[in-house]
Design a protein around this ligand. Structure first.
Ligand SMILES: [Zn+2]
Length: 313
């Protein structure tokens, strides 16, 4: 714990001291930090399977990035109430995974509108309610809702970009293509140069690739890299600077290339799983058991000439 504190302090210093510790939720280890005035980063508790949340203040209302799991949604709602008396009007699901979206129904009940890029709803149609039902077997918060499946976002975004601007702040919702999932959505605040990435960027060995298109992932990040970005707020792990975006890009690029080279030499996937070494520069994203899964997924993508779960539109 002390070591973690020291690391966090270092991270704050590296960010120019802008990241102020604000508060700690009472029921769990989740913390909220100010990124810029009216923009809070809420770090999800990995032990509870929670995603991160971003809370954005507008003139008369709040926007929350990611619905989280139901237990995370409840905790995030309580935190928003401690920050402001303004209502949450929009909850943006960055993608279809349960840790980012299964809390939707709770936000709807609280009066918010959930929204996401269209492919999020399409992926839910393809994959649910099987995943929800599997989660309900092991998670009380999911089972406790008494539903048969997740509530899809109430509003689909059919274009590549959608903007909310109430005069106090401009919030851009952007889709750059398929990386972590088909419906990956980013939230960009141009004035504050803040980019919320969902799981298209994570800070740590948390890259889940079950629904990913690994070869295309760097292309998506290249689009994001064209934006002016000072702060990157990832789906899991602490927030950071622009180097999180470029580091994640390098990790995915190296991973895909290593597996492609290995496959080209006729190596078996098990062989690669025990031999592939990525550069020290991407070390923070490398960890087991995910690395073995990432190598297998990249191998499948290469040998089957398609990303998993391809849908023809
Ligand atoms: Zn995810």
């Amino acid at each position: 714990m002390l070591r973690l504190r020291a690391l966090l302090l270092l991270a704050f210093t590296a960010l120019g001291g802008l990241a102020l510790f604000v508060s700690r939720s009472q029921a769990n280890a989740e913390t909220i930090r100010i990124v810029a005035p009216g923009i809070w980063f809420r770090e999800g508790d990995l032990d509870q399977g929670h995603s991160n949340n971003v809370i954005i203040e507008m003139k008369d209302y709040m926007i929350v990035v990611d619905a989280n799991y139901p237990s995370g949604a409840r905790a995030a709602m309580a935190d928003v109430k401690r920050l402001t008396s303004k209502p949450v009007k929009y909850v943006f699901d960055t993608h279809h995974h349960g840790d980012h979206l299964y809390g939707n129904i709770l936000w709807t009940q609280a009066g918010a509108t959930t929204l996401a890029f269209k492919a999020v709803s399409e992926e839910l149609k393809r994959l649910e309610p099987a995943r929800w039902q599997a989660d309900a077997q092991r998670r009380e918060d999911v089972a406790g809702l008494g539903q048969n499946g997740p509530e899809p976002p109430k509003q689909d975004i059919n274009e590549e970009a959608y903007v909310l601007n109430d005069g106090s702040r401009k919030v851009e919702f952007r889709h750059f293509g398929w990386a972590h999932t088909r419906g990956d959505g980013f939230v960009y605040l141009p004035k504050e140069q803040v980019l919320c990435t969902g799981d298209a960027v994570v800070n740590g060995p948390y890259n889940s690739v079950n629904d990913a298109y690994i070869e295309n992932w760097p292309n998506v990040l290249h689009s994001a890299e064209k934006l002016k970005v000072k702060f990157v707020l990832p789906g899991h792990g602490m927030f950071g600077g622009r180097d999180l975006l470029t580091g994640q890009d390098q990790f995915m690029t190296e991973l895909f290339k290593a597996v492609k080279d290995g496959a080209g030499q006729g190596k078996k996937v098990e062989e690669m799983q025990s031999s592939i070494q990525l550069s020290m520069a991407v070390n923070q994203w490398v960890g087991e058991p995910l690395l073995k899964q990432q190598i297998k997924a990249a191998y499948d993508e290469i040998t089957q000439h398609k990303p998993k779960g391809e849908i023809t539109n």
